[in-house]
Design a protein around this ligand. Sequence first.
Ligand SMILES: [Zn+2]
Length: 378
Amino acid sequence: MTELLFLLLPVAAAYGYVMGKNSAKNQALELNRQITSQYSKGLKYLLDREEDQGLEHLIELLEVSADSVEHYLTLATLFRKRGELDRAIKIHELLLNQPNLSASDMASCRLELAQDYILAGLLDSAEEHLVVLVKNHNVEALDPIINLYSQMRDWRKGINMYESHRELFTKQQHFAAIANFYCETALADDNSKLMEQACALEHNIVRPFYELGKDAYSKQDHLKAIYYWRKLIVANTNTAPLYINELEHSYHALNLKHQFDDLIEELMPKGGVLIRIKYCQALLEAEEQQKAIEFLTDSLKREPSIRGFSFLLQLLGNNNHRIKDVLSEIDKLVTSYIATKPEYQCQHCGFTSHTLYWLCPSCKHWETIGPSKGLDGY
Ligand SMILES: [Zn+2]
């Protein structure tokens, strides 16, 4: 109930405004009497714990205090935080119907009302208001409407919105969402053209390149698999664990192993334990075992990694057959430890998982989950 005392502020403001503007003393007094009467009624209801009627009376005062919209928005936000969505919705709807509302207040109000509807599960009503905002070039409506279409799994509507209002899109997160809308539609319709459209978004997007490479690889179109995965690994080395073994196989299949080795050398400065392991494997193939051990030992000192340590144990075992069995037992322990660690982590909220999700189940951001980093990661 204390939140309703917020309404004292607009009433006081309205009173001051009316008194200042109106030189006719009697008119001012009459208006004052009406406001005071209305306010007293509202307050009395509230004190009698009849909050619904109290709210009605106080909301009626809006007509004479339209310049105090902010206070009402604050009040509605408080109701929403307390889970009283019906009241938040009521205030926002009444505010929206005020004829004197400025365009910016109306937009704020519409945005808030859409949020109320989303929380109340009234997604169609929320969409209606958000669409109006997007049509009015309101960038703030992008986050909620993208989240809404993700929730509704209505990828087509999301794509249509993007194609009609490209000028509003500037954030990486929004491009990632739209790219994934294209991917979801492409997978559902088995239409790789849409996936290629997503690649054209050119905003460090991951999934369409990954999916196109995966699709080509499954069809043994190794040239195409290399084309997409190479682009992806150069732009975003962190994604390597998702496909690096298959990429290597594609190079092998086309007798282009030397090109894969060149690629690994090119990627070395960008780091990642898998890249370093692939580099060591190339040294082993060139029968430079000692050089591989020294390289890996040195790199593990600078950047410790359990996966790198596991590979070092294998190298040392192969180099010294007397202790190979002991090292092999230690490696088994290390490998089983690694298996308990989640392979993927969200860079936005920290959510961890053994499964790769393109849409984080926790923070609802697209493409923020990738292979884990750090000591236990890649
Ligand atoms: Zn997250």
